[in-house]
Design a protein. Structure first.
Length: 225
């Protein structure tokens, strides 16, 4: 991937975004979202032994052994704090854990998913923009706001119409934060430590929902003027 405009430093937290080329769809159905989330989890590991596509065709016992070894090593390019996959882009809130961790994680993840998407849709070439956007988190206020912004994205963009649907949007980490699912991809304690309950975090997110949606509408209007 091309070089960054800002340094990506170990231990620091960044909001990372990438879009489909020309804003084209990158996730077209639940199967593709699921594949992206699984690849995200797999490629945060520092040294996965094989491509995710090869991993998937192994016998179940072998897959379990591989995952157990990766869990035991606990060596990661990045720590995933929050994520959201949208029809033509994705957001991550990441802490870099190793040198070039964010760049390597995103390269491995997007290359793997692009190969899968291209095979499925009989297309060639890149799927995502070559240069991802990254903003370093500098304050606690910014950190908590970004988690809210990322989790509200499907509602702000009218991918889901109601907050009730947003709470169970399966392609972001919000259901994990609210205790609606059993899987754990995120280091959500970094956010939830500020909130006495998952319900209070939900209130924190939802209280700004309509305001953030109005900003999203305004952004489109400004771009059209």
């Amino acid at each position: 991937m091309p070089g960054r405009d800002i340094p990506l430093v170990n231990g620091e937290i960044y909001h990372v975004l990438n879009r489909g080329i020309a804003s084209q769809p990158t996730f077209t159905d639940a199967r593709e979202y699921k594949r992206a989330i699984e690849a995200m989890s797999y490629y945060q590991n520092l040294h996965p032994p094989q491509r995710y596509s090869i991993f998937l065709v192994q016998a179940r016992k072998i897959r379990e052994e591989i995952l157990a070894k990766l869990k035991e090593k606990a060596e990661f390019w990045v720590e995933i704090i929050a994520y959201c996959f949208m029809p033509n882009h994705f957001h991550f809130l990441l802490r870099q854990k190793a040198d070039r961790g964010i760049s390597n994680f995103l390269s491995n993840f997007t290359n793997s998913y692009t190969r899968y998407f291209n095979t499925r849709h009989k297309r060639q070439g890149p799927l995502f923009m070559g240069k991802f956007k990254a903003v370093r988190v500098e304050t606690d206020e910014q950190f908590y706001h970004l988690s809210r912004y990322i989790h509200l994205n499907p509602y702000s963009s009218y991918v889901v119409k109601s907050l009730e649907t947003l709470a169970n949007y399966p392609f972001s980490s919000l259901p994990e934060y609210l205790g609606e699912v059993s899987h754990t991809y995120c280091q959500k304690e970094l956010i939830l430590a500020r909130f006495p309950t998952a319900e209070s975090y939900k209130k924190f997110v939802f209280d700004q929902a309509d305001y953030q949606r109005s900003l999203e509408i305004g952004k489109h209007l400004w771009l059209e003027t």
